[in-house]
Design a protein. Sequence first.
Length: 82
Amino acid sequence: MRGINITNIYIIDHKEYTYNQLTQSQIIYINSIKNLDKYNQLRNKILDSKGDEFKCVIKIEFPTQKTRVFDNLGLELFNFEL
């Protein structure tokens, strides 16, 4: 499956969470302000340039949506706002 090796980390109040660690209210908050189109463009750009099986971590800081992408060695690949 395309992008299965991408892990999203959500940063809220300077704390990092995986999706499974988010509370229902945090999920509602994130969904109310996230820019899904820009996220999908970023994700597709990564997969198109690195391959469908590429392993990486996407860290998204809320509410700014500052986004950083790291490879599996922890090296930062991208840094921008969605």
